[in-house]
Write a protein that binds this ligand. Structure first.
Ligand code: NAP
Length: 247
């Protein structure tokens, strides 16, 4: 049986999410576009309908409102006539030294990237168990493979998301619900434009094309792009702390 292509995408108002929505629509996906900036979502939805003739609906959503994440799954399913997948992409990258008075930023990073993403994935998983099929996708990061200096909250949020997806994958094995864990390196978006160094940077269109390919093929996990991040990501846990401290 052909796999359905009706997906909810969080963080669709900017960067990777917006570019990924275009890629998926070009591959025949209908999408529910979620974020807080609804003006951008409406423009994107109109573009997807005009360019690709796909259904694109707008869902205002703050993923730190965990009840709203639950509701968004039902709203997306109703609006699209069913739901085949959810992509937990929304995220923030607030950096700062540990103990440097940044606890509120760290907490918001965890509330958004980790708990907000899990709120969406968990609600979708409940629906997918009920209907007997579905696809859970999470956009984590290479930064989740090893805690990086000045990004303790961000690394912790992405490490938690990786762990959640690994556990979910094991639980859902053989249940006709797929999981895809994606680990980007540096992709050019507003999230990282202020960073002084962005090694092996790729543009957002290329990043989205690679991510869409892995999602469409329902790969279990992938680094994006695979070179050099698949090697770096696998090495990171084994590098000495003295080397990590220089990052
Ligand atoms: N760019 C990279 O190099 C890179 C690398 C690894 C991982 N990632 C991950 O990729 C994902 C997308 O990042 P990006 O680079 O595309 O950044 P971006 O351009 O800043 O986009 C972030 C998106 O997340 C949404 N968002 C943030 N907080 C939200 C909230 N509380 N509720 C709902 N939506 C929220 C934003 O929408 P609103 O502000 O409109 O709500 C926006 O659409 C993030 O999870 C990020 O950690 C990015």
């Amino acid at each position: 049986m052909a796999q359905g292509k009706r997906y909810l995408l969080t963080g669709a108002s900017s960067g990777i999410g917006a570019a990924l929505a275009r890629e998926l629509a070009s591959k025949g996906y209908d999408v529910a576009l979620a974020a807080r900036r609804t003006d951008s979502l409406h423009l994107l939805a109109a573009e997807l309908q005009a360019r690709f003739g796909r259904k694109a609906i707008v869902l205002p959503l703050d993923i730190t409102d965990y009840d709203a994440c639950h509701d968004a799954i039902g709203l997306a399913a109703n609006a699209l006539g069913g739901l085949d997948g959810v992509i937990a992409n929304a995220g923030i990258a607030l950096t700062g030294k540990a103990g440097g008075g940044h606890f509120k930023r760290v907490r918001l990073t965890l509330e958004t990237n980790l708990i907000g993403s899990i709120a969406c994935l968990d609600a979708a998983c409940a629906l997918f168990r009920q209907q007997g099929h579905g696809h859970l996708v999470a956009i984590a990061s290479v930064a989740g493979k090893r805690g990086l200096p000045h990004s303790a909250g961000y690394s912790a949020s992405k490490a938690g998301l990786i762990s959640y997806m690994e556990a979910t994958r094991a639980e859902l094995l053989g249940k006709n619900i797929d999981t895809t864990l994606l680990l980007p390196g540096f992709i050019d978006t507003p999230l990282n434009r202020d960073m002084s160094k962005r090694p092996f940077l790729i543009d957002v269109e290329r990043g989205a094309a690679l991510l869409a390919k892995h999602i469409d093929k329902r790969h279990s996990s992938a680094y994006v792009p695979s070179w050099p991040w698949a090697i770096i990501g696998r090495l990171l846990p084994f590098l000495p702390t003295s080397m990590i401290a220089k990052f």
